[in-house]
Design a protein around this ligand. Structure first.
Ligand code: TPP
Ligand code: SF4
Length: 252
């Protein structure tokens, strides 16, 4: 390692599996850094069971030094629900993309939220199906070009983007925690993830954090364009903030 370079990795990360496998500039690594810092600060590494989904989230299968399970398309949530119900002392974290969580596996998110299951779901919104080459996802913005919407998403034909935290907050019960953060404000994203985990630890109910993220490979954007898309385009359509906080004042 070069002189003066001292990367600050969360303690809960495995260092032997770094550098990680995501594309350069991918937002997954930042979301996982926020999650790692939250796990460190809460000192819960020994109790965490981490579940990653199909899609680029599965590249996180060896990210943390915690027990890990990998499933397909949103099934990460019910698998973690089962683990949590059998072992209430564990802390279950389901990590997935917007394709897995809002499309092919949306029923699992909806039903876990409706049942107020005491697990934490972290969903990465990068407005496309990243791993399979950049097809339209439920979160693709109106007019956004993808491999399957080469002329831009036509809302008359393909409908409007899914607003996940708003939907979950509407169906979730007392005790649930729901927020949307962004890789553009990592400190705030970490705070939201930490509050979601604290909500599970307190036994209050379901907790859900959507993270606005970046997929420069499929967006075909340079660094400046990538950040502008996350902050301006996505931030405009998907408001940042807390949508449901048990017995507390919301931020955002
Ligand atoms: C039933 C089914 N349909 C399609 C696929 C192919 N597939 C694998 S990953 C993926 C997209 C995942 O996208 P997303 O959840 O947004 O995660 P990302 O890769 O963007 O992080 C698809 C469509 C599959 N594995 N199973
Ligand atoms: S395809 Fe997109 S989401 Fe997947 S690792 Fe590359 S940049 Fe990240």
């Amino acid at each position: 390692m070069g002189a003066g370079i001292n990367p600050q990795m969360p303690r809960s990360w495995r260092t032997d599996t770094k550098p990680h496998k995501f594309c350069p500039g991918c937002g997954h690594g930042l979301v996982l850094k926020a999650l790692g810092q939250a796990i460190d600060e809460l000192d819960i590494q020994g109790k965490v069971v981490f579940g990653c989904d199909i899609g680029c989230s599965l590249l996180a299968w060896d990210f943390f030094n915690v027990d890990t399970v990998q499933t397909h398309h949103g099934r990460t949530t019910p698998v973690l629900v089962g683990i949590k119900r059998a072992n209430p002392e564990l802390i279950g974290i389901a990590y997935m993309g917007d394709g897995g969580g809002y499309a092919i596996g949306s029923q699992h998110l909806v039903n876990a939220a409706a049942r107020n299951d005491k697990v934490t779901v972290i969903l990465v919104n990068n407005t496309n199906y990243g791993m399979t080459g950049g097809q339209m996802a439920p979160t693709t913005l109106p007019g956004q070009k993808t491999e399957t919407t080469p002329y831009g998403r036509d809302v008359e034909e393909a409908g409007y983007p899914t607003k996940g935290p708003e939907m979950v907050a509407a169906i979730a019960h007392e005790g649930a925690y729901v927020a949307r953060g962004s890789i553009a404000n990592l400190r705030q994203l970490k705070k939201f993830i930490k509050r979601a985990l604290e909500n599970q630890i307190a036994g209050n109910g379901f907790s859900f954090v959507e993270a606005l993220s970046a997929c420069p490979t499929n967006w075909r954007t340079n660094a400046a364009e990538t950040w502008a898309f996350v902050e301006d385009q996505m931030g405009k359509y998907f408001p940042i903030g807390e949508f449901k906080v048990p017995g507390e004042k919301k931020e955002g």
